[in-house]
Design a protein around this ligand. Structure first.
Ligand code: IPD
Ligand code: CA
Ligand code: CA
Length: 261
């Protein structure tokens, strides 16, 4: 398995997706809803097609799990996990903050990940065991050891039919204890911002594998820690993530769970 080549294919596919997204910026021909607040545009679909074409031409035997077209099983346990446009609500409302996220996994292990911000040009990449890079330069998580000194980030689920009060309580506790909380609207970039030390921690519930597979690897390879809200390792079909610089992980877990130390 040539992971360098896999990463090159992922980067190429991410730039192709970014070209599609830039060319359709402010020119959407359709915005549909998959559920309350959960949008899909013609840009999501066209960008995903570009990514799948690139992966298929390099690795026709691999499986692909892509947000808009669902799972396409492959001949082996190697698969790509693709979000062509992370931040569709931002994109549809002309907020220039969104990303392309592509991960490669074998069995349950994510081995390579790419997150590209087409607006800023920031390209985050990681390979298992080889560290994380931003535009080719090594990155690392932030040094904070106290939540009071930490800038945090989170996201809110599209489906607000249940669990909203618990989420609001958690948010309030973390807001009171930290330097501040950002909600930028792209889980993949939130994770990368933890990886490069801009945020000390980020959590979100009810995510999908394509929102976090690449970003979570990038956090771990940058020296950070990723778990679910019960401090267990992430599972491929897990829906929640807490990603931190490692140093504030336990304190943040306690705070989120309403425990004081
Ligand atoms: C969404 C973004 C957002 C997060 C949502 C995700 P999408 O992805 O990552 O930040 O809060 O939960 O679904 O739908 O724009 O690909
Ligand atoms: Ca997403
Ligand atoms: Ca998406």
């Amino acid at each position: 398995m040539d992971l360098d080549h896999i990463l090159r294919v992922a980067v190429r596919a991410a730039y192709e997706s970014a070209d599609v997204l830039r060319s359709r910026w402010k020119q959407l021909s359709s915005i549909d809803s998959k559920g309350p607040n959960d949008l899909v545009t013609d840009a999501d679909i066209a960008a995903e097609k570009a990514i799948i074409r690139t992966i298929r031409s390099a690795y026709p035997q691999h499986g692909i799990i892509a947000e808009e077209s669902g799972p396409q099983p492959g001949a082996s346990d190697e698969r790509w996990i693709v979000d062509p446009l992370d931040g569709t609500v931002n994109y549809a409302h002309q907020v220039p903050f969104y990303a392309v996220s592509i991960a490669f996994a074998r069995a349950d292990s994510v081995l390579a990940g790419v997150v590209l911000n087409p607006v800023s040009g920031e390209l985050f990449t990681a390979q298992a065991g080889k560290g994380a890079l931003l535009n080719g330069e090594p990155i690392g998580v932030s040094p904070e050891i106290r939540i009071a000194d930490s800038l945090l980030a989170t996201g809110f689920p599209y489906d607000r039919s249940h669990g909203f009060d618990a989420m609001a309580d958690r948010l309030l506790r973390c807001l009171k204890a930290s330097r501040g909380i950002r909600r930028f609207g792209s889980a993949a970039l939130d994770l990368c911002f933890v990886a490069c030390g801009r945020f000390a921690g980020y959590w979100e519930d009810r995510l999908q594998p394509w929102d976090m597979a690449a970003g979570a690897l990038i956090v771990r390879e940058a020296g950070g820690r990723t778990t679910d809200f019960s401090n267990r390792p992430l599972k491929p079909d897990g829906r929640e993530i807490l990603a931190t610089n490692g140093r504030i992980h336990t304190d943040l877990l306690d705070l989120m769970g309403g425990r004081t130390r």
